[in-house]
Design a protein around this ligand. Structure first.
Ligand SMILES: [Zn+2]
Length: 275
């Protein structure tokens, strides 16, 4: 018995069409703007990775090793490098597994968590006055009173103004020392553990970011905010820049890390779209 196979018939028709008509000279113009991606000004929220990139005092720093840079025997120019980096340096993502056993590693974080509406908490004044400032529940309450509650599924960005100190480690981290002495001498702002606990209990956020080296402040030794957030699979973006160019609400964030399988963190290219 002969049965018609629609796909087969369509393929034959398509082959015939290809033989008789040339492709159009230019693709047709889109009738409407793309429906999902908002139009707006793009703001780069990532620092460049190079030899000046600030890393945690105990972490291996970034290295770029030249493989090729010149004209080949074939007469064309060719450049290639190897790069080496620890996960947690420069602008990077902390995967939840960084401080929560069994939580998501980098490649397991759903893309949907890394794209969302920005909600900026500006503590620049307090952080400028005190490098050890921890964003408090009161800071969050004051911000919500001024600009409305943190919406469901927001990406919360803590703006301390410290990115303007990059890449001067002495000013950005509070110390230029390396190794354990450096780790003990860190002074930069972060999120208070009580505020982290309040956020996970009272608001539903996709992710959180900060323009300092860590979501816990520099003098933290227990890393409680990391542990509280990551236990709920809320990742963090650290060493962000450009937050001063964002409105307090209304921007969109796209923060895509290198997809390292099993990674506890990864270099991050983050940007904002400001409609
Ligand atoms: Zn990290």
């Amino acid at each position: 018995m002969f049965r018609r196979v629609p796909g087969f018939v369509a393929a034959v028709a398509l082959t015939a069409a290809c033989q008789t008509s040339a492709p159009p000279a230019a693709p047709p113009a889109a009738a409407t703007a793309p429906p999902v991606f908002p139009a707006g000004r793009l703001v780069d929220l990532s620092h460049t990775y190079d030899r000046s990139t600030v890393f945690w005092p105990t972490a291996d720093t970034f290295r770029l090793e030249t493989v090729a840079d010149g004209v080949t025997p074939g007469g064309y120019y060719y450049a290639a490098n190897n790069f080496f980096s620890s996960e947690h340096g420069g602008t990077h993502l902390d995967a939840p597994v960084h401080f929560a056993q069994g939580a998501q590693s980098v490649e397991q974080i759903p893309l949907d968590r890394l794209v969302g509406a920005a909600y900026v908490v500006d503590v620049t004044d307090r952080a400028t006055a005190n490098a050890d400032h921890q964003v408090t529940v009161e800071d969050l309450a004051r911000t919500e009173a001024a600009q409305g509650p943190i919406p469901r599924d927001a990406i919360v960005l803590l703006r301390t103004g410290f990115s303007t100190r990059w890449p001067d480690a002495a000013r950005y981290l509070g110390t230029a020392l390396r190794g354990e002495p450096g780790a003990r001498a860190l002074h930069f702002p972060g999120l208070h553990p009580d505020a982290a606990a309040w956020l996970v209990a009272n608001r539903t956020i996709k992710a959180i970011g900060i323009d300092t080296a860590s979501i816990d402040f520099g003098q933290s030794t227990a890393f409680e905010s990391h542990r509280t957030l990551y236990a709920k699979n809320i990742p963090a973006f650290e060493n962000l820049t450009g937050l001063e160019a964002l409105p307090l609400t209304g921007a969109w964030i796209v923060a895509l890390p290198m997809k390292i399988g099993g990674g506890s963190g990864a270099p991050l290219r983050a940007m904002a779209i400001v409609p």
